[in-house]
Design a protein around this ligand. Structure first.
Ligand code: NAD
Length: 286
């Protein structure tokens, strides 16, 4: 397939490499990054010329909107715009509407799995768009990921992503504050893990991504909290969830509090570059 990949950052470059390794013809474009091993076009319009699929992996909704405005008129009619960035639901819907108006197919398919998942081709994709558009994207999801769920119409992928990450943010804080409380109660962290990971308090944050160093599986906690998943990205996703909740008048008190706690951690404590599980040493006062 003739594929264009726009946004060759931490996630986009390794995803593009997976497609190249699978034998697809990939042209890249990025305003800053220029990886040696990915052939890049000089302009975004030249990059999308003749492409059957254009994938975008960009920092936020405003940038996605502006790139979509540039590329949609330059894309071949009937081609697919597959956006894998994490953006607000409204931007995803507006970009899908622009694609439809221009005679293009579109899918919003944010990912879970981080840089490791992008490198190893083991991402999970949460997709929104028509069945016809999803069918074109699906074989590419198989190459870049281990699982793709077609969640519904345009915007449904972003909705699934921010709901998942709102649970993750709140659960990580709850896990970290429980460890911090256990410390103060004189409970050994390993014993705490042994009980909670097999009791009703278990979660992905505790069992698969334990924030306590030396306890449970190997995680960023065992590597000085180098991300992993940076706290700044968790804050971004929690704010997207709050923005969406506000737009539809949904009550999300835990999500709201988790946003405040991560905003403090990232913006007041300057910890945005640390893994989001570094909430534990922060709360425990380590
Ligand atoms: P990044 O900042 O490393 O990469 C973004 C790239 O987009 C950069 O190389 C930048 O130069 C490029 N870019 C910016 N504006 C552009 C434009 N107008 N035209 C072309 N290129 C442009 O970010 P990332 O970590 O790769 O994340 C990308 C997306 O994936 C984000 O939406 C993020 O929330 C999401 N995400 C990231 C992770 C992660 O662990 N890094 C995990 C899941 C989802």
């Amino acid at each position: 397939m003739k594929i264009t990949f726009i946004g060759l950052g931490n996630m986009g470059a390794p995803m593009a490499r997976c497609l190249i390794a699978a034998g697809h013809s990939v042209t890249g474009f990025d305003t800053m990054a220029a990886p040696d091993d990915i052939t890049c076009a000089p302009t975004v319009a030249a990059a999308v010329d003749g492409a059957e699929v254009v994938i975008t992996m960009l920092p936020n909704g405003d940038i996605l909107r502006s790139v979509a405005e540039d590329i949609h008129p330059a894309m071949t009619k009937g081609a697919l715009h597959l956006d894998c960035s994490t953006v607000d639901v409204q931007s995803a819907r507006d970009v899908a509407a622009s694609a439809e108006k221009t005679g293009l197919l579109s899918v919003d398919a944010p990912v879970s799995g981080g840089i490791g998942g992008a490198t190893n081709g083991t991402l999970t994709f949460m997709a929104g768009g028509s069945a016809a558009a999803f069918a074109i994207a699906d074989p590419l999801f198989d190459i870049m990921g281990q699982k793709a769920v077609h969640c519904g119409e345009a915007g449904a992928g972003q909705a699934a992503k921010i709901c998942n990450n709102m649970i993750l943010g709140a659960t990580m804080i709850a896990t970290c504050e429980a460890f911090a409380l256990a410390d103060k109660l004189g409970l050994d962290r390993q014993k705490m893990f042994d009980v909670v990971s097999t009791s009703s308090g278990y979660s992905w944050s505790m069992n698969a991504y334990c924030p306590a160093p030396g306890v449970g599986p190997e995680t960023p906690a065992d590597n000085s909290y180098i991300p992993g998943f940076a706290a700044s990205l968790m804050l971004k996703d929690l704010r997207l969830a709050q923005q969406a909740a506000g737009a539809v008048n949904a009550s999300t008190p835990m999500g709201e509090r988790a946003t405040e706690v991560y905003a403090d951690f990232v913006e007041l404590q300057g910890m945005g570059g640390m893994d989001f599980s570094a909430m534990l040493p922060f709360l425990a006062g380590d």
